[in-house]
Ligand binder design. Sequence first.
Ligand code: NAD
Length: 491
Amino acid sequence: MSFPQITPPALDEVQKHFVLFDYIEGQRLAPSLPLDAWVSNPSTGERIAPQMATSPENIARALDAAQRLHQSGVWANTPPEQRADILDAAANHLMAMTPMIAAVESVNTGIAFSTTSFVNAIVWLAFKAAAGVLRSGYTLSKVPGPHGEVEILRKPLGVAVAIVPWNSPAALAAHKVANALAAGCPVILKPTEWAPYSCLFLAEGLEAAGLPAGLFQIVHGGAAVGQRLVSDPRVRAVSFTGGLQGGRAVAAACAADFKSLQLELGGNNAMVVLEDADVDKTADGIVAGLTTLNGQWCRALGRLIVHESLQAQVVEAALDKFQSIRAGDALSPETQLGPLANEAHKARIEAAIAALQARGGQVHQSTPTPQSGYFLPPTLITGVRPEDALEEIFGPVATVHPFGTEEEALFLANQTPYGLGGYVYGADEVRALHIARQMNTGGVKVNGVSLLELNVDAPRPAWGLSGFGEEGTLETFDVFCGKSVVGIAGK
Ligand code: NAD
């Protein structure tokens, strides 16, 4: 794990960006409905502002404007190269904003600046990647037909909605918004009510790039606003990242009129540690699995499935490394582990740990954490029955399950209803890969844990309750497109 020393902007500069606005038809308007909770700085517990929602009138206005623009064809009929020019320009503007986007997100979410500054490169890279898809000619392919060529057109489906959670809001939003716009769809973004500020930079970047007003809009609020958007019949494509409960509700709303849907949900990701694994490297993987995004990432380690001969050594090595993790204020460049995202989330995770303890689990922690703020040390829990540890905890907590045979390891790895990420550690890479191939999950990394993809152009699929469809450079673009096959018929 590396921790680049980048100097974050000063807190008072960061705080200037805590001004919430709806972004509707190019206008910045103050959201008018307070919700029953606060946006806080989880490193200190200090309140930043009440959570706010957009008024129903302004949500209706955003939907009307988006639909009008779609019907006018102004963006859908803009040649792909010109759409790409605007997306590239937006990428350049957003690149310059990356340190501030990262700092705003660290203060809002508690994710360490050493991570947000790296993860938020995805914001501008997402726009570059979507422009690249357009420049590659992906919107039109041709196959031979009875009279000349048959065209396969990828056309924008209509108004798109993007909904994101709080663990990495700007990067997740950028990936969805960039692809929707590239595909030719007007898009409405609903950031998370817990950390809404970093997504606002997208408005600045796209406006500076010259995107016509109304093609990108932002509305705010919680589940009710999200439901309102995804239930509107004018919306034809939805990309949602969040938890299972929200995902199910979104899927149900989209089923009514068969909207195109991409769901990126949770995981309870297994790491299988074979008897020939390097214990020190495995412990590094456990640290990365439990501290990346403070353990609140969809591919975080959830179930440590370790050969019975190694369990004690692996747990001890991980605890040894946990001791020297620097937990602290998320904006400090030295911090390796920040707090959990908010007080309610911390209470949920502590309740999940207590429930496992009540079923015989022994809790192992060794990271010193600050007294104030919503900190939780990385936690391993031994002695829990695997069937009591099937659900996602979404924090720096993994249960530990010993195995004897490969069959047992695979049973435990495939036992949860999720299937997002997975890891195998073992010295014999041929054997490790053989096991990885049998794990029913969207992706498995052998001998490494990292946020980085194995290949940026490979798909990021989700199995079971982890989602619906796949993410990826082309896969997300396709969520917003309908195909038309056009050609001259034979006699
Ligand atoms: P959440 O589901 O509570 O909220 C996510 C977003 O959805 C928020 O903007 C929220 O307001 C909105 N929302 C909630 N209920 C909704 C509903 N019924 N209809 C429409 N919108 C609704 O999730 P969270 O607590 O913010 O984030 C944590 C979850 O996100 C975890 O389960 C995690 O695994 C998942 N996640 C998945 C990925 C991935 O790529 N698979 C990435 C990051 C996070």
